[in-house]
Design a protein around this ligand. Structure first.
Ligand SMILES: [Zn+2]
Length: 455
């Protein structure tokens, strides 16, 4: 019988959190360090954490271990920065575009229950920070509750509702906020800011009216005035939408349209402007290519946490995804040809200096929260090596979020968001799934315990 975490369970959880946030220093000894800066791994290290932050990082024997410290012996294991997924939808479980939940799940209570499962799955999967790019205010509420220690979950940066150009006859979507004209566009950015979003998401698609350059500029400009970044969803391929995003001064583009842009010089332009690109190549690989995880398999943690009727909807979704791919193949889609193109285009973008960041669109197309290691493996098939894939999900993702002072690498002064894995992810990036401990803000989580303690 699976139900929500009990009140009693929640109190125990908060108590454990409080205890571990006390001033007892935490020391991780013996791990091989992959610090998220791209250099060679450093064997036999010591990392000292006090409160939420890293105090010291060095070779064993070179750092004084504080008296009374809590020791995590990570000898023979690998220590990395906590992973960052820069494109998720926490309100969705993996069914968007491939299926639907039974109608009984369309209530605020039920949706919140699923959001909390997703957040727990993220932490179990070593994802310590997520950027949510489209949701209702429920995700903002959960963000604050996780920050307050009420539930286990990753750090959340949330865009709230996506800004879309008002389009006559288009269906009303609860996650979209319409604007019409530059003044209205600015007003809508201020409305989202007042709701305490962390960034702005602009949706450009040929399925709706395309806004003018003045409208998109107004959104970006107003967001920047308020200290928020603005990133753009573009369809694939869509050179006009990529051009509009670059001209409007957006901070990033989601999905791989820029990889495929006919004008290669645009990539150089994106690099000069410091724009980021979440290509999602790895997730696409997992969904559409005949490999170990073809068609979206469902991992053991999700099977353990999701209620049965949610799981059966997910399984149906996986069938739909496989059928879609079979149809693509039947109509001449050639996986190896597509893969070769991705490898070439990823290389081209990287050489142009574009900051490529990791994102899975978790919540859509059978991309299940906490199973990001699969997409990282996918990245290694689509033009990145294991180290590049790791950097996309650590240092470079933190930069894209504007959080490079706090997150993304293992250095003194940064927040202690760390993962300890059992095998070397540089040999096989899927080892990122063999998690021994997940640490967020100095709080140590045992993934097996996070799974067990859910009632
Ligand atoms: Zn998305």
């Amino acid at each position: 019988m699976k139900s929500r975490m009990t009140w009693f369970g929640m109190m125990i959880f908060s108590a454990i959190q409080l205890l571990s946030q006390q001033k007892t220093p935490l020391v991780i000894t013996g791990a091989t360090l992959i610090d998220g800066k791209g250099g060679p791994p450093l064997p036999q290290t010591v990392v000292v954490v006090e409160g939420q932050r890293i105090m010291a990082v060095d070779r064993q024997g070179k750092v004084k271990i504080p008296a009374g410290a809590k020791i995590v012996d990570a000898t023979g294991k690998y220590l990395l920065p906590g992973l960052i997924d820069t494109h998720v939808h926490l309100e969705d479980i993996g069914l968007s575009d491939v299926g639907e939940l039974p109608a009984a799940w369309d209530s605020t209570d039920k949706i919140k229950q699923l959001i909390l499962i997703n957040a727990r799955l993220d932490l179990i999967g070593g994802i310590t920070t997520i950027r949510d790019l489209g949701s209702t205010e429920l995700v903002l509420q959960v963000r604050d509750e996780i920050d307050a220690g009420k539930y286990p979950g990753p750090r959340i940066m949330a865009a709230g509702m996506q800004l879309v150009k008002k389009t006559a006859g288009a269906t009303k979507m609860k996650m979209f906020l319409d604007y019409d004209g530059p003044d209205d566009a600015r007003a809508k950015v201020r409305k989202l800011f007042a709701e305490r979003v962390d960034l702005i998401k602009i949706r450009l698609t040929h399925q709706r009216a395309i806004p003018s350059i003045e409208e998109v500029r107004a959104i970006v400009d107003e967001a920047h005035k308020l200290g928020l970044r603005a990133t753009v969803h573009t369809d694939v391929p869509a050179d006009d939408l990529v051009r509009l995003s670059i001209d409007a001064g957006a901070d990033g583009i989601e999905h791989n349209a820029p990889l495929r842009a006919k004008d290669e010089a645009w990539l150089g332009e994106m690099a000069r402007k410091g724009m980021t690109l979440m290509a999602g190549s790895g997730e696409f690989y997992i969904q559409r290519f005949r490999d170990a995880s073809f068609g979206g398999s469902i991992g053991p943690a999700a099977i353990r946490l999701f209620p049965d009727e949610v799981l059966s909807a997910l399984r149906k979704g996986a069938d739909t995804l496989r059928d879609q791919t079979a149809q693509m193949e039947a109509s001449g889609w050639d996986a190896e040809q597509v893969r070769t193109r991705f490898v070439r285009e990823t290389d081209r973008a990287r050489k142009a200096g574009v900051l490529l960041i990791f994102g899975t669109d978790a919540g859509a197309y059978l991309a299940i929260h906490g199973e990001e290691y699969k997409a990282l493996y996918g990245e290694t098939k689509m033009g990145s090596n294991a180290m590049e894939a790791i950097l996309m999900a650590t240092r470079d993702a933190a930069k894209a979020l504007g959080k490079e002072k706090d997150l993304g690498t293992i250095e003194a002064g940064k927040l202690a968001d760390l993962i300890i894995v059992e095998a070397n992810p540089l040999d096989d990036v899927r080892s990122l799934h063999k998690l021994y401990r997940v640490i967020k803000g100095g709080v140590v989580y045992d993934p097996a315990e996070l799974l067990r303690s859910y009632r």
